[in-house]
Design a protein around this ligand. Structure first.
Ligand SMILES: *[C@@H]1O[C@H](CO)[C@@H](O)[C@H](O)[C@H]1NC(C)=O
Ligand SMILES: *[C@@H]1O[C@H](CO)[C@@H](O)[C@H](O)[C@H]1NC(C)=O
Ligand SMILES: *[C@@H]1O[C@H](CO)[C@@H](O)[C@H](O)[C@H]1NC(C)=O
Length: 370
């Protein structure tokens, strides 16, 4: 009797181990699509890209303090949200150490500085991945994983994963609002946003066709208040028109996500933005423990072109008290505020990896945008 109990125990363990090693369906990982706000190193491998966070002082408050590809002193919003859900941080797609095992354990991040919803966006950065390109790369990842673990397991793996799509500001800042791009004279504010929505609808539908079921889309912040926009006016104030475009984009995206979440089978697509809280932070930095909400912490004096956080730049005294890290990008502490707002709004909870063997019900009623 005792012997057979031991045998049962052993075989259960073996099955468990086997399941753990081969049953990759255990693990929930993230696939991240985005721009410089989510890039964790892709552009650093694009040697011709003009949008790279490869020099000091980028990354000064992250890990060993060396540049790691993030366009910030510390973490991205997606880092902080993923951490709060207990999910591993996905490596950059172009990271040379990426292989099937790492993908199955950690997911992949395709985000690329300068990228947008539209292919043409950010073309003056020469090299970057727009959203269509990122989806194409994701298809390649799927082929690799199918070859490794078989189609059925791969399908389950991709359906249980969490997806983040966070792009849009470059479609305005590095496209529509720049006269060198033909979109700036082809469209009006309304028709441009319509054009973005038609494109994003196709892209998110494409991702659904590839298995994405749990997907969150992040809206835009008050991008008319980034230091680079403020220098456009003599007063140094926020660009009202740019902020209005961000608000219109957020309204339209919220509607689109709520449509898709109710029309695509088994889809839980959520939209969240932190526009209001960041706007309040910019107007009342002291209320949130910040001291500066208009200048970049890393700056090169009066010379203020696009990417001026360079080794010769000077840093502000207390990086945790500046809203902006460089001309475009928020600091780690501002990202934390944004992430916490999204966690609250979208109700993100820690994911139970051990409980995921039975798939989470994906048929829940569409939550709608908010
Ligand atoms: C956008 O780029 C992708 C490849 O990256 C291409 O397949 C697609 O046709 C392009 N779409 C448009 C509308 O140009
Ligand atoms: C939706 O979920 C149900 C139940 O899990 C499944 O049978 C069906 O194939 C799914 N449909 C799609 C399109 O994923
Ligand atoms: C995770 O899920 C498993 C199986 O459903 C359950 O036994 C366990 O208590 C859960 N853990 C947490 C922390 O919720």
């Amino acid at each position: 009797m005792i012997k057979s109990k031991v045998e049962i125990l052993i075989s259960t363990c073996a099955i468990f181990l086997l399941f753990f090693v081969h049953g990759y369906d255990c693990k929930i990982v993230q696939f991240i699509f985005g721009d410089s706000l989510s890039d964790v190193g892709n552009n650093n491998y694009l040697s011709k890209s003009l949008a790279r966070a490869s020099l000091p002082w980028y990354g000064i408050d992250f890990g060993n303090g060396l540049p790691n590809g993030r366009f910030s002193n510390g973490r991205t919003v997606a880092d902080i949200i993923g951490d709060s859900m207990g999910l591993p941080r996905p490596p950059a797609f172009l990271d040379p150490s990426l292989n099937e095992d790492i993908i199955l354990e950690n997911g992949v991040n395709y985000a690329s500085g300068g990228g947008g919803i539209l292919n043409v966006t950010g073309s003056y950065f020469i090299q970057k991945f727009g959203l269509y390109k990122q989806i194409e790369l994701f298809q390649g990842t799927q082929e690799l994983i199918k070859a490794k673990i078989g189609k059925a397991k791969a399908d389950k793996f991709f359906q249980e994963a969490q997806y983040v799509v966070a792009l849009g500001s470059n479609d305005f800042i590095n496209n529509y609002l720049m006269p060198i791009y033909s979109d700036s004279w082809t469209y009006t504010d309304d028709t441009f946003i319509q054009h973005l929505m038609e494109t994003l609808r196709k892209q998110l539908t494409l991702l659904h066709g590839l298995g994405a079921r749990h997907l969150m889309v992040f809206g835009l912040g008050p991008m008319g208040c980034i230091p680079l926009q403020r220098v456009l006016s003599s007063s140094g104030g926020c660009q009202d028109r740019t902020n209005k475009l961000a608000l219109s984009f957020n309204r339209a995206t919220s509607q689109l996500i709520s449509d898709l979440s109710s029309s695509l089978p088994n889809a839980t697509y959520k939209f969240g933005d932190a526009y209001d809280v960041v706007n309040d932070l910019i107007s009342n930095p002291n209320k949130y423990g910040f001291t500066n909400s208009d200048l970049p912490c890393c700056s090169f004096g009066r010379i203020r072109p696009a990417l001026t956080c360079i080794p010769a730049s000077t840093l502000c005294k207390d990086r945790s008290k500046y809203v902006f890290w460089d001309e475009y990008h928020p600091s780690d502490s501002a990202n934390e505020l944004v992430a916490n707002e999204l966690i609250k709004k979208l109700g993100f909870k820690p994911i139970n990896q051990t409980g995921s063997a039975s798939p989470a019900p994906a048929m829940a009623p569409a939550p709608g945008g908010n």
